[in-house]
Design a protein around this ligand. Structure first.
Ligand SMILES: [Zn+2]
Length: 175
């Protein structure tokens, strides 16, 4: 199946009036509709991810069950929804994905990645938080499995997103 991968900056038509969009550069590229004046800025999509550390100092990773990158390791987390802070999004995602309620987060770093979904490549910008985890977890339907790794034995070659891997490497490097 020929599945042309495209960037969301390649959108062709105005979502407001269906006229053809043209590309413009105003110190940053954008798409403009010459009929109704609609402007499309290709801003990244905000995401949150959480480095979870247990009492033994091991890091928890989830195995992705859904596209993109099925079967690859990832941090718990996801897209920030409308009206949420990064912390609130983290709390919601951890509750949904792992059945845990966590309150205290530290900041580990931020990064960007490409997230390909249904033929469109979305540019993400991810804030990576850190939290301690103890007690039982209840992985949800959208998680294939969870694994704990010693920071010396993290299989980065099997990680879904290189930007996130970079933040994890930096974080464990300075511990
Ligand atoms: Zn238009």
């Amino acid at each position: 199946m020929a599945n042309k991968k495209t960037d969301n900056f390649q959108f062709q038509f105005c979502p407001n009036c269906k006229f053809k969009l043209i590309e413009r550069d105003e110190g940053g590229k954008l798409l403009v509709c010459r009929k109704c004046g609609f402007h499309y800025y290709n801003n990244p999509v905000p995401c949150v991810a959480v480095i979870l550390i247990n009492k033994k100092g091991k890091l928890l990773f989830v195995v992705r069950k859904n596209e993109p990158k099925i079967g690859f390791y990832d941090l718990a987390g996801g897209f920030v929804e409308e009206g949420e802070s990064f912390e609130n999004a983290a709390k919601r995602e951890l509750k949904e994905e792992l059945g845990v309620s966590l309150e205290l987060f530290n900041y580990a770093g931020s990064t960007s990645d490409n997230y390909e979904f249904k033929g469109i490549i979305y540019k993400t910008v991810t804030v990576v938080l850190v939290a301690n985890i103890d007690g039982k977890i209840y992985p949800a339907d959208d998680v294939l499995s969870v694994s704990y790794f010693d920071k010396k034995n993290i299989p980065f070659e099997r990680f879904a997103f290189p930007g996130l891997s970079g933040v994890i490497k930096k974080y464990i490097g300075r511990r």
